[in-house]
Design a protein around this ligand. Sequence first.
Ligand SMILES: [Zn+2]
Length: 293
Amino acid sequence: MNTYRGRFAPSPSGPLHFGSLIAALGSWLDARHHKGKWFVRIEDIDPPREIAGAADNILATLENFGLIWDGQVTYQSENQHHYQQVLLQLFDEQEVYRCTCTRKQIQSSNGIYTNFCRDKQHSSKTDHSLRLKIHQPVTSFEDCYHGHYNTALHSASEDFIVKRKDGFYAYMLAVVVDDIEQQITHVIRGADLLETTSQQLYLFKLLKYSLPIFGHLPVATNNQGLKLSKQNYAPSIADAPVNETLWLALNFLKQSPPIELRKENTSLLLDWATQHWQPNKFKGKQQFLHQYV
Ligand SMILES: [Zn+2]
């Protein structure tokens, strides 16, 4: 029986752009190439950054691009009771504590939080975030595309936030709880998330779940070297020509799609790409992870 379970987890803060298509396509291809399942999860637990209609727009674009998911789409906003339950458990076990540090205070120590509040026992009445105690940091891991990856010690060992001061659950907590609940075995995503992988692995271990395989895809950047993102106004691909854009995405991933498929139909192109999926074509050193489009 095939147990491969992958996922794509966009936040509904804007439409899909070429950068997020790379992550969707790469994770879809890896799952389909391995005859596995592929799920879509909408990470809608940060309302201040969300845009009305974006989730539906993302799903319609994925469908239009032939990136069809298995089962029901899941929404993090519907799973908040579960995050709370995990937090309460970790708080009881004294793995989580209250932190009252302000952004300004952290910035004044070079932007590095030095686990200042760990033993302070702040009262619940003060304005606070919740942080996870990192006892023995995960300082490296094996990336299935890039091999051994060393995480900077300060980021691996920082007690990271699991619930924000404004009351919202942190991405780091929600993503791990969801990956566990959905029994995700392969996390294929953009290399901009490489550095946070160690922290997520720490949480997987703490929650006693077998670790998924992580693989990081090249990240598309603009001509200033900045990651394409909603924040720097990467253009939407919702109305872009589907086949042409998919072909360009495959080309970006160094898959050498045949030129004659550039104008072909989408299912033919995706079938070809699934059969010929070769991550070793883009794997390599850190400097190859970011590419200009
Ligand atoms: Zn603090």
